[in-house]
Design a protein around this ligand. Sequence first.
Ligand SMILES: *Cc1c(COP(=O)(O)O)cnc(C)c1O
Length: 456
Amino acid sequence: MRYFSTRDKKLDFSFTEIFSRGLAPDGGLFIPSDLKKYTNNELKNLKNLSYVDLATEIISNFCSSDLKKEKLRALLSKAYGNFNTKEVVEIKKVGDIHLLELYHGPTLAFKDIAMQVIGNLYDELNIADKKKVNIVVATSGDTGSAAISALNDKKNINVFVLHPHDKISRTQRKIMTTIGSINIYNIAIRGNFDDCQKIVKEMFSDNNFREKINMSGVNSINWARIICQIVYYFYTYFRLSKKTNFAVPTGNFGDIYAGYMAKKMGLPMGKLIVATNKNDILARAINSGEYKPNEVKATLTPSMDIQISSNFERLLFDVSEQSEKRVITLMNNLNNKGSFSLETKEINVIKDIFDAEAIDDDETIRIIRDFFNNFGFILDPHTATAVGASYKVKNKLPTVVLGTAHPYKFADTVKIAINRNISAPEQIAALPEKKEKFDILDNNLQKVKNYILEKM
Ligand SMILES: *Cc1c(COP(=O)(O)O)cnc(C)c1O
């Protein structure tokens, strides 16, 4: 399997190369040159596999030339051994909804499902054997903690995590800043998540700097994250044995794009439902075709406080019938004019597959409260937005809601909704006593570069 860029189909990279690079050199996103499409008979053969065996089958489609199946299986077994539930995820029926709990990993959010695998891929693909690797990652709270947990104490790897100062939850911050490993650097940027992501993207586009620090990235644009996330859509379909909608709390369009990939690979599926908060660029883009970032607003769902939704470029590539020229035009419009508009034909392709709803903070609180009063089940605020969006779907299919974080990570918000304290899950029970360590920097590319050069 080879990979090219959404902005240049002539590029030709291996899995190992795109894994360690993250972003294509032209600023585009990597896309596989072809895609396995499962027939109904082939799907039947996957139906009864364990989570790890199913993950081995799905993921090996994308990396088998660089990593043999048996090695991949061992890697996945090891990665998911760190989860506190045997089958990695849990599916629960709550009221009319099937809740897919993706937060049983070490840092209590779905990011662990890909990141624990990624940590082991650095070893298995020998990425840091010859030269020290510096991973730079922007986080709205959960990617950073998952990356740190997966990469702390790895030999020959430094991790620099940029989070928006004072804009993530206390527990999110503490999971990142109390790790105490010498290869982990936490940087609080005086800005928002989009500022952090912009700094990281600019570093990747600066070839001199990228090569100088042997830079690598694990943000949600990294293809390795997408392929790990495809697996749980298949797993859920097989366990429920029926076609469903999937409602997904969405920020960078990574998790839901994985669902879209599952559909392209032949998985029967109803609608993919994008749930956003007040930062509703995706809801607006999908419903009207205009992609126009506004100011980022702080909400009770900080992991979705994003206006530039990077993985959306991968969908644009498909809806423009894989036209790199069209993608470049749209991205130029975004950079130069601050927005772009899709054609009716393109919007219709998107609307056929996706629904989108924005859920504000008041509604989020109300949903957490109602869900608790009606079913005794505590939702995290991100998951609550997807529950809210699922109520608005018009078709008659059952809906699976992706539970993206454990409610404890957002205990202050949950307390507002149901006036209860949640006890800490065992993974992070010792957290409150640990000492935090992070540096605060201005929202300034050069200052962050200097910091990295000094510490590496
Ligand atoms: C990262 C995150 C999201 C958004 O996921 P994307 O892949 O960026 O769309 C939603 N909920 C939680 C809890 C998250 O950590």
